[in-house]
Design a protein. Structure first.
Length: 340
């Protein structure tokens, strides 16, 4: 099933992800902080919607463990294919074309292949949970979260999964954004990856579906604003403790939970939101845009400063070009399974 408002926010969320990675508004420091902190709703929202629709299908009679395994296979294929793409991509990025002109395509490709194999052999765990494309961490993380959700629904232990998800998130907070505080934890693993960060959002989405929760829009907006405000305060606090950490530099904070949840509640409270704009029709291309947009961003980087108002238009150009490429690639049958 599809919900217009959720699909609308999915499109906005993928634009927000690109905005983070293309540093939207970086020429305007104060605006940059406000915009980037708001953009942090995006990945939590993706996790929440995943848990929500997964649980709806389970409640409709589908076997949750079978769904989790099928989803894991699909996401693992996408992760593998795009990890291979990003492992070789540096040989073809425009800023390296001088090397290509000097050494030839095959030499640069072989050198990049050697570097990628060396990196994988030295950091196998890192590459299994993130890979050579830094944004690809989302795929194995979602696999972990959905497998945990599938097992919990299979054995009717959703409350237990929610408690586990909360514990994992608290650990992730202490091991990443709050690692340098007096109560922080130091680990040799990015606590954003795997089940640590995403599980709480998947669990919240599952709970919303299980309870068939219907929020009012005022309550939804209150949660969203609470999350945004709390996240801004946390960013300022952590920046004060460590000036080297930008206000908007953390992947997630306590406030991110309420921010992501608030956007989902707004979508549920206003299910037809965005219907008149037709933006929601782009939602099926979201995953493809997500996996390809870093390549597009890097290809546009050498010319981005020639764009008018480039602190913003680099983001928009990356989105539009990524959408166009995925639209075309989606028409090729054997590629379609790697982008959707």
């Amino acid at each position: 099933m599809r919900i217009t408002s959720i699909d609308t926010f999915r499109v906005i969320a993928i634009l927000a992800v690109i905005g983070i990675h293309a540093f939207a508004f970086w020429l305007y420091p104060k605006t940059y902080d406000w915009v980037q902190l708001l953009n942090r709703f995006a990945v939590p929202f993706f996790f929440i919607t995943s848990g929500y629709f997964f649980t709806l299908r389970a409640l409709a009679g589908k076997d949750p463990t079978s769904m989790a395994v099928a989803s894991a296979k699909r996401l693992a294929l996408i992760f593998f294919v795009w990890s291979c793409v990003y492992a070789l991509a540096p040989a073809f990025i425009p800023k390296n074309w001088a090397n290509v002109a000097q050494n030839g395509w095959s030499a640069e490709l072989f050198k990049q292949l050697q570097l990628s194999f060396s990196d994988f052999s030295q950091r196998p765990v890192f590459n299994l949970f993130q890979g050579p494309g830094f944004h690809l961490w989302y795929l194995p993380a979602l696999i972990c979260c959905q497998l945990l959700l599938g097992v919990s629904l299979r054995f009717k232990q959703l409350p237990s999964f929610m408690l586990l998800a909360l514990a994992l998130f608290i650990f992730a907070l202490l091991a990443k954004p709050y690692a340098n505080t007096a109560w922080g934890i130091r680990i040799a693993f990015d606590a954003r990856n795997g089940p640590f960060f995403g599980s709480i959002f998947v669990a919240m989405g599952a709970w919303l579906a299980y309870k068939n929760f219907k929020p009012g829009w005022k309550m939804a907006m209150a949660v969203l604003l609470l999350g945004y405000g709390l996240q801004f305060w946390e960013g300022q606090y952590l920046h004060h403790l460590n000036p080297a950490m930008p206000v908007a530099g953390n992947d997630f904070l306590v406030g991110t939970v309420f921010l992501g949840l608030g956007v989902m509640l707004v979508a549920l409270a206003l299910p037809t939101l965005g219907a008149s704009t037709k933006i929601y029709k782009l939602a099926p291309y979201g995953l493809g845009i997500y996996v390809i947009h870093i390549l597009v961003r890097d290809f546009l980087e050498p010319i981005h400063s020639s764009l008018p108002f480039y602190a913003v238009t680099w983001t928009l150009a990356t989105f539009i070009v990524s959408l166009g490429l995925i639209f075309l690639l989606n028409k090729i049958a054997f590629i379609r399974a790697t982008i959707s």
